[in-house]
Each structure stands twice: as structure tokens, then as C-alpha cells.
Design a protein around this ligand. Structure first.
Ligand code: 6PG
Length: 502
């Protein structure tokens, strides 16, 4: 390869790992001239080699940051694809002095959205546009078409829009990228995407457990079930890859690689952040919480083995396989709807709280292709929010309601049977409990309020009466009534503000 020539490259990429190289090659495929930079000099010949192999032109690699920045057309558009966390800050510190006012810096990693808020504020002062952009679809998606969620200044977005739309996955000819909103909204939406991803992955793991340990099915039979599901209403990327995993034989063996893999799941944190932030926002996300918790529980291998010895192995129920498989498909479908519904609810709430002004229909639309949670059902979600942008909850859409009503019986059957059999299905059960509670006009929370008032004089509100009240619960009936009367009013000094329920 000849030495890099000064040129007005339209786009620059910092970080030439597989994702960075693939996205760059994807851009070059679409006739954008692009430059890449990596400190690790071994990545440069790799980029050139892959470009040559794919017959891609207009790609140049740099290991000198200054030369890389100089090679870019102004105002510059530079993306970082480096591991989230401190590395992002150090790359920003290195590159910022080399950039000019009006240049754009995009963080394409899975950064924590509050870090993105901080970075955007710091760079704004320097006259730079900072974009937090979630990218989904893994290495293959980066090369052939990812789903992208950019957030930042809407005017600056227009300058990067052509290249992003060109490289994005397409569904019905429409690109799976849209301007998400201001500030850290892009990274926020990607975080929730990952929460939904965790939820659906956990649900699929539970269906595997039910089939394997509840029904005693073979790997081959399970492979056929996932293949069948993927041809129906559960059609999705995650069911599709699960079907493939159940067909992959470990090299030089006669059994599935899956059977050799440790049952300890790792995570990089986006699912946990989704649950943490959901709690801050007071949005119930129980299914996703369970998915995060089960990854954590999976790591307690020794403890689980000790417990298994102490309590004995789980019994295998007798079965009517066909009927139970039909119910399992219903349960999976029902719970998958809940996973999306909880995620969309969180986005709606966050949009208010952080003034993101999110367009939920557009988000569903760009998730239909390229990303990990792409699925047939996202068309239904897209239609629901397109028809009713202010829909209070996805489960209130009439099409969704119909589908939930059709599938919920299966979820009940599976949760009931597995409970009896001693097989844990935390995400399936959480989604059913969430649904049953959410459709309850009067919850038992009045008792919680009474208890809080009893032990802490935190006061309660009464149906049809203004104000807050406190009762001396230990006094006799008569005394209590009198006391209650005396405390009736607009509040006591112990009153705690009631958070509005959304
Ligand atoms: C995607 C994925 C990706 C994520 C991996 C691993 O949309 O392409 O969400 O961004 O990094 O799925 O995530 P965990 O390590 O947290 O499982």
C-alpha cells in the first residue's frame, strides 16, 4: 500500500476493530470516500486487505491522528467506535485540539447516556457537535446494514444524514436510521433496545429450559420448534439465530456446541442500566429486570450446584408434547409483546423526563431491520404509534390487545405448569404478573399506604376526598375515628409528596 495521500475524505472513523472496519467498508461500498484511524498499526494493513478483497475503493487507513484529521473534508464528520467508558474520554481529549469549530464527533459505541450528556455539553463549549449514536446489528450489521440511533443537534445531523441513510439496513426501501432527538437520546434509545434484547434472549432461554427439562425434548426436536416459530408470528432475528445455534455441531464431535458452553452469561452493562434508569423513572420493567437478574444468577454456578444437591433435581412432568408446545409458542409471543411494551413505555416516560421529544413510531420503524431486536411484530408496533402517537401504553392498541388476548392463555398454562413442576421461568412469569397487575383497576396498594401510615405516619389519601390523612392505628375504633377527623386536612408535617403515576 502506498503512503496515505492528503485527500478530502467525507467521513473519518476512529477505532478499526471489526465493527469500525466493517462500517467504513460499508460506507465506501456506497461511494463515500472514507478514512480510518487506529493507534494499533496492525489494523491499517487489515483494513486495506479487506478493502482489496471486497474490491472496495476510496478507503484509507492512518496510524497518525494528525494526518488522519488533516485528510478529512471540512466541516469534519468523525465517528469513534471504541469501547465505552474511559477510552471514549481519552480519544476525545486527544482529538479535540485537532478539530475546528463546526466539526462533528460521533460516539457510535454503547456509551452510558449520562456520559454522553456530559461529553456533549463539554464539546458544545468548544463549538463542536457531539453525537451519541447507538448502532445495532453486530459485525455483520455494520458491514451489510445496521440500525442506527443518532442523537444530537438536528442541524448538524443533516450533514451526516446521507452517509448514514446509505449504509443503514433497509426495510421496504426505507433506511433503518432516523434522527432520534437532542442530547443523549440516541444512546438512551439504544440502551432500551438492549434492555428489550436482554428480555427476549431470556425468554428464549426459558423456552429452551421448558422444552429440555419440562418436556424432555432432544436438541433436534427443539431446533425444529425454533425453525417453525421463525416462520410464524415470532419471526425475528433472535429466534432465527437460536434455530441456527441448535443446528451447530461442535467441531470434531457429534454433539451441539451449545452443550459444551458454560451456563454462565456475561454482560457489558446496557441491560443493567436500562433497569436502573427505569427504577429512577418509576417505570415498571419487571421482565427486563428478571433478564438482568438471571444473567447475574447464572454466575453463581457453585452455589446453584450446591442448592441442586440440597433440594434435589427438578422433577420432569409427564407431558402431552404437542399441546404444550402450542402453549409455549403462545407464551413466548405474549411475553415478547410485553418486552417491547415495557421498553416503549420507558421510552415514552423518558421522552417527557429528559425532553427528548421521541417519535415512537420512527423508533419502531428503524428497529424493523438491521438491529438485534428486529422482528415481524415491530410492524405492529410501528402501526400502533403511527396511528396514535400519544398511545398511553402499547397494550392499549386494539391490534396488540387482540394478539395479547389470543396468546395469554398459553402464558398462563406454561407459568402454572412450570410452577408445579419446579422449573423457573422468571421472565415469562414476570411478564404475566405485569400484565395481570397492569390490567387491574384497583390494586392492593391501599394496604401499603395504610401500613406506611401505621408505622411512619406517612399519611394516605382517601377515595373521593381531597387532602391527605393520618390515623392513630393502635387507638380503639372510636378514638381512631375521632383522631382521623382531627388530622384530616391538607397534610401533616410527615406528609410525603405523592409521585404522579404515569
Ligand atoms: C447490538 C447489541 C450490541 C451489544 C451486544 C452485547 O445491538 O448490536 O446490543 O450492541 O454490545 O449485544 O451486549 P451484552 O454484552 O450486554 O450482552
Amino acid at each position: 500500500m502506498s503512503a496515505p495521500q492528503p485527500k478530502n475524505y467525507a467521513f473519518g472513523m476512529i477505532g478499526l476493530g471489526t465493527m469500525g472496519r466493517n462500517l467504513l467498508l460499508n460506507m465506501a461500498d456506497h461511494d463515500f470516500s472514507v478514512a480510518g484511524y487506529d493507534k494499533d498499526t496492525s489494523k491499517i494493513p487489515l483494513l486495506h486487505k479487506e478493502a482489496d478483497e471486497d474490491g472496495v475503493k476510496n478507503v484509507e487507513g492512518f496510524s497518525d491522528l494528525g494526518a488522519f484529521v488533516q485528510s478529512l473534508a471540512k466541516p469534519r464528520v468523525v465517528m469513534m467506535l471504541v469501547p465505552a467508558g474511559k477510552i471514549v474520554d481519552s480519544v476525545i481529549a486527544e482529538i479535540t485540539p485537532l478539530l475546528d469549530k463546526g466539526d462533528m464527533l460521533i460516539d457510535g459505541g454503547n456509551s452510558y447516556f449520562l456520559d454522553t450528556t456530559r461529553r456533549a455539553t463539554e464539546l458544545e463549549v468548544k463549538g463542536l457537535h457531539f453525537f451519541g449514536m447507538g448502532i445495532s446489528g453486530g459485525e455483520e450489521g455494520a458491514r451489510r446494514g445496521p440500525s442506527m440511533m443518532p442523537g444530537g443537534d438536528p442541524e448538524a445531523y443533516k450533514r451526516m444524514q446521507p452517509v448514514l441513510e446509505a449504509v443503514a439496513a433497509k426495510v421496504g426501501g426505507e433506511p433503518c436510521v432516523t434522527y432520534i432527538g437532542p442530547g443523549a437520546s440516541g444512546h438512551f434509545v439504544k440502551m432500551v433496545h438492549n434492555g428489550i434484547e436482554y428480555g427476549i434472549m431470556q425468554l428464549l432461554a426459558e423456552t429452551y429450559d421448558v422444552m429440555k427439562n419440562g418436556l424432555g425434548m432432544s436438541n433436534e426436536a427443539m431446533q425444529q420448534v425454533y425453525a417453525k416459530w421463525n416462520e410464524g408470528r415470532l419471526q425475528s432475528f433472535l429466534v432465527d439465530i437460536t434455530k441456527d445455534i441448535f443446528a451447530y455441531i461442535a467441531p470434531d464431535t457429534d454433539h451441539l456446541l451449545l452443550d459444551d458452553i458454560k451456563d454462565e452469561a456475561r454482560s457489558k452493562g446496557t441491560g443493567k442500566w436500562t433497569s436502573q434508569i427505569a427504577m429512577d423513572l418509576q417505570v415498571p420493567l419487571s421482565l427486563i429486570d428478571e433478564a438482568v437478574a438471571m444473567r447475574d444468577l447464572s454466575k453463581y454456578k457453585a452455589l446453584r450446584e450446591e442448592m441442586e444437591k440440597a433440594y434435589g433435581a427438578r422433577p420432569t412432568p409427564s407431558q402431552d408434547e404437542q399441546e404444550q408446545l402450542a402453549e409455549l409458542e403462545q407464551a413466548m409471543y405474549f411475553s415478547m409483546i410485553i418486552a417491547y411494551a415495557q421498553g416503549m413505555h420507558m421510552l415514552a416516560r423518558a421522552s417527557e423526563e429528559y425532553v427528548f421529544n421521541l417519535n415512537l413510531a420512527d423508533i419502531a420503524k428503524i428497529w424493523r431491520g438491521g438491529c438485534i431486536i428486529r422482528s415481524e411484530f415491530l410492524n405492529t408496533i410501528y402501526n400502533a404509534y403511527q396511528q396514535q402517537p400519544d398511545l398511553a401504553h402499547l397494550l392499549l392498541d386494539s391490534d396488540v390487545r387482540q394478539q395479547v388476548q389470543d396468546a395469554v392463555a398459553g402464558a398462563r398454562a406454561v407459568v402454572a405448569r412450570t410452577a408445579t413442576a419446579g422449573i423457573g421461568v422468571p421472565a415469562l412469569a414476570a411478564s404475566l404478573s405485569y400484565f395481570d397487575t397492569l390490567r387491574t383497576g384497583r390494586m392492593p396498594s391501599n394496604l401499603i399506604q395504610a401500613q406506611r401510615d401505621y408505622f411512619g405516619a406517612h399519611t394516605y389519601e382517601l377515595i373521593g376526598k381531597e387532602g391527605v390523612f393520618h390515623t392513630q392505628w393502635t387507638a380503639s375504633h372510636e378514638e381512631a375515628e375521632n383522631k382521623q377527623d382531627t388530622h384530616r386536612g391538607t397534610g401533616t408535617e410527615n406528609e410525603t409528596p405523592v409521585t404522579p403515576n404515569k
